[in-house]
Design a binder for this molecule. Structure first.
Ligand code: HEC
Length: 241
């Protein structure tokens, strides 16, 4: 059995298997690109700027605890929408945990100064509605524990299967045996590092580095395995030996 397994090389596989593996790798590669694009579009924009940065990862998992969205709007981009005295009243309401009892006082202020842009058609949050204003007034604690557990287990199960098959294909490549083992196992290690880093960042924002390292690590290992597998399945150097 081991004899046969050792003799199996990508270049000598029947065409059927080479087409099957090539199709699989192409679709998985496309999936990985989509995953990358999705990360850029969701987490990448968490700090309001395009591109993935440490701030994005910190905002996504740890949250932006310096204040609520409403407060940062009122002291930032939306500062000039209402007179300073109104801003101060609104910020005070936010800092008092948005009490409903005072809505009779602040509701009309939102209506007067914000409703002309923040209406139902605009797609902007309707700050003139109590529930909306209240949720924007909450301090952002990042991803919740329940959503982290959900995303973690899907990620661990799903991605380990992808690496199992990518690894099985790459295992038939002619490669330095030591580096082959390294390349086949690192994606799993980086996967665990990646998922662990989300949890660590939730509590210690400095750990956002591990998310970057984990993501880059398994992308790199996958890239090498993909490249070597494609080359050895199709280039004459390996198929005609
Ligand atoms: C002249 C139009 C205009 C007025 C008036 C206005 N806004 Fe905005 N607001 C916008 C636009 C456009 C954006 C999105 C722009 C961006 O994010 O760069 C925005 C974004 C926001 C956001 C961020 C939403 C999010 O999900 O991150 C908040 C909060 C906000 N506004 C609150 C207010 C409040 C409170 C007022 C009234 C004091 C107000 N805005 C008045 C146009 C307006």
């Amino acid at each position: 059995m081991t004899e046969i397994l050792h003799k199996l090389t990508l270049g000598k596989l029947p065409l059927t298997y080479r087409f099957l593996f090539t199709s699989f790798l192409l679709v998985v590669g496309l999936g990985l690109c989509m995953a990358g694009a999705q990360i850029m579009l969701t987490h990448g924009m968490a700090d309001g700027k395009p591109g993935l940065s440490m701030d994005d990862i910190v905002y996504s998992y740890y949250g932006n605890r310096s204040g609520s969205k409403l407060e940062s709007a009122l002291t930032g981009k939306m500062k000039d929408k209402a007179p300073a005295s109104v801003n101060i009243t609104l910020i005070k309401w936010v800092r008092d945990d948005a009490p409903e009892a005072e809505w009779a006082k602040v509701g009309p202020l939102f209506e007067q100064h914000c409703s002309k842009c923040h209406d139902a058609e605009s797609g902007l949050p309707e700050v003139t509605k109590l529930e909306v204003a209240k949720s924007l007034a909450e301090v952002d604690h990042g991803e919740s524990i329940s959503s982290l557990t959900r995303v973690s287990h899907i990620h661990l199960f799903g991605i380990s299967f992808i690496f199992l098959f990518v690894g099985l294909i790459f295992a038939m490549a002619e490669f330095n045996p030591f580096w082959k083992i390294v390349l086949i196992t690192t994606p799993f290690a980086f996967l665990v590092l990646d998922v662990a880093s989300w949890w660590l960042t939730k509590f210690w924002p400095e750990c956002a580095w591990f998310t970057m390292i984990g993501g880059l690590g398994y992308s790199l290992a996958a890239l090498i395995m993909f490249g070597a597998s494609f080359a050895q399945m199709w280039l004459p150097r390996w198929t005609q030996k």
